[in-house]
Design a protein around this ligand. Structure first.
Ligand SMILES: *Cc1c(COP(=O)(O)O)cnc(C)c1O
Length: 463
């Protein structure tokens, strides 16, 4: 079956003059015949306009701007497979250099080990598995039951719920409270018992953008060990913070400086500034990664250990990460991220002046990631809710997610703007104008039927 009149573009036809362009792209069945490459590419490219403009997507933590050099390196490595250490030994060497640099950045000792991953989700999965296996090995040595593992955490990203479900680990999520939108040390301690495989703490909570107090949680675990003998280790989910705090809050103790932190994961494609598909996980000591989890492959006559979920994987992201480490250095990362913090602080101060919003987090580099989170003041007396507000902002292309918080503060609806490289102060000033315009609009246009979270569900805070 031919999907259109002819797939020939005659030599003189411009693309939109050709007969070949007069068809709708097939949606369910692969066409029987070949089609003109330029026509198909043009139509797919045009369909993608419906995705909106990634730079105006203020929901995502992921990179939406890349140096031309990164585009070139990605193009150059399009056929390189990260797993083929034999065929691409220099790519393997570059991955190893990146792991070393990250381990140093996170203050690990010399015998740290780590790997690149597709993103933080895979990195967290690996960190979680190592925690589970360490706990099992210890329990087995003591001849104790290993059938009921649990993990204790605060308001985590959805990847930890996946980890818990796939590995049959009970997830003990300390609920948020109105005056504590994170896991407090006291609350954490009350959820721990001998079946706890570890504590997962997040450096940059997806819901608010704030850092959890890793040092205070670690200190509380020290105290718990004195009280009960339980020796509980920590995995830090530093998806965002792992590439922020070392540059912008160097005195904050959250990493391998703390004895209990055994592993750290982070997303290269978030504040690591690498293209999508880049993540990292590092264990403090080789011994923190149970041998059972490692697969040994023969590599140029030597032994190469691998511990990843996928086999074949693109290498361009790792190569780009290495380019960024060298291109920017610590100072370059610091300057880019500090500009983002300043832009976030500008937005927070403008929102505050509007008098109807309560700022929950204002983009302080010592407290969290470059983002702003707010809610409507209880006495704001406006007619709109934040879902209405988000939807209206979307008419100007801005994607500013509104969502409810998890238990026990489900009633609290918040809105969040993520500032990453490419979201400039100038761009933010345009958003501020549109926010003011939107408030004015609602003053004169009564809302008949308020929007609900389900109706605007395409904005997910889990992004
Ligand atoms: C984004 C994020 C993840 C998931 O990371 P991906 O790189 O998208 O797989 C996990 N944890 C936190 C805290 C995150 O912000």
């Amino acid at each position: 079956m031919s999907v259109h009149k002819t797939n020939k573009v005659s030599e003189n036809d411009s693309i939109f003059a050709s007969e070949a362009i007069e068809f709708q792209l097939p949606k369910f069945e692969m066409p029987a015949d070949e089609n003109n490459a330029d026509v198909v590419k043009e139509l797919i490219k045009d369909e993608l306009f419906l995705d909106g403009n990634a730079r105006q997507n203020l929901a995502t933590f992921c990179q939406t701007y890349h140096d031309p050099q990164v585009h070139e390196l990605m193009d150059l490595s399009i056929s390189k497979n990260m797993i083929d250490k034999d065929e691409y030994p220099q790519t393997a060497e570059i991955e190893s250099r990146c792991v070393h640099m990250l381990a140093k950045l996170w203050n690990a000792p010399d015998d740290a080990v780590g790997t690149s991953t597709v993103g933080s989700s895979e990195a967290c999965m690996l960190g979680g598995m190592a925690m589970l296996y360490r706990w099992r090995e210890q329990r087995e040595k003591m001849g104790k039951d290993i059938s009921k593992p649990n993990m204790v955490c605060g308001p985590v990203q959805v990847c930890w719920e996946k980890f818990a479900r796939y590995w049959d680990v009970e997830i003990r999520q300390v609920p948020m409270e109105k005056d504590a939108l994170y896991m407090t040390p006291e609350a954490m301690a009350s959820y721990i018992d001998e079946n706890t495989i570890g504590v997962v703490t997040t450096l940059g909570l997806t819901f608010t953008g704030k850092y959890e107090p890793v040092k205070a949680l670690s200190d509380r675990l020290d105290q718990l060990q004195e009280e009960t003998g339980l020796d509980v280790s920590i995995h830090v989910d530093g998806a965002s913070g792992g590439f922020l705090a070392p540059f912008c809050a160097p005195d904050l103790e959250w990493d391998f400086r703390l004895a209990r932190v055994k592993s750290i994961s982070s997303s290269g494609h978030k504040f690591g500034l690498a293209p999508l598909g880049s993540g990292w996980v590092v264990w403090k000591h080789e011994a923190d990664l149970p041998e059972k989890l490692i697969f040994h492959v023969n590599y140029l006559g030597g032994d190469m250990s691998v511990f990843q979920l996928n086999f074949s994987r693109p290498a361009g992201q790792v190569i780009s990460q290495y380019y960024l480490f060298l291109r920017l250095g610590k100072e370059g990362y610091r300057k880019i991220h500090m500009n983002c913090y300043h832009t976030a602080q500008y937005l927070a101060s403008e929102l505050e002046k509007m008098d109807i919003f309560e700022i929950l987090y204002n983009g302080d580099p010592n407290e969290g990631i470059p983002c702003v989170t707010w809610k409507l003041k209880e006495d704001s007396h406006v007619d709109f809710n934040l879902y209405d507000f988000a939807e209206k902002l979307r008419s100007r292309g801005w994607q500013v997610p509104a969502y409810s918080l998890p238990a026990n503060v489900e009633d609290m609806i918040v809105q969040r703007v993520l500032v990453r490289r490419g979201v400039s102060l100038d761009m933010m000033s345009l958003l501020v104008e549109d926010i003011k315009r939107t408030i004015k609009y609602f003053e004169t246009h009564a809302i008949v039927d308020h929007l609900t979270e389900e109706e605007v569900a395409s904005f997910s805070h889990n992004k």
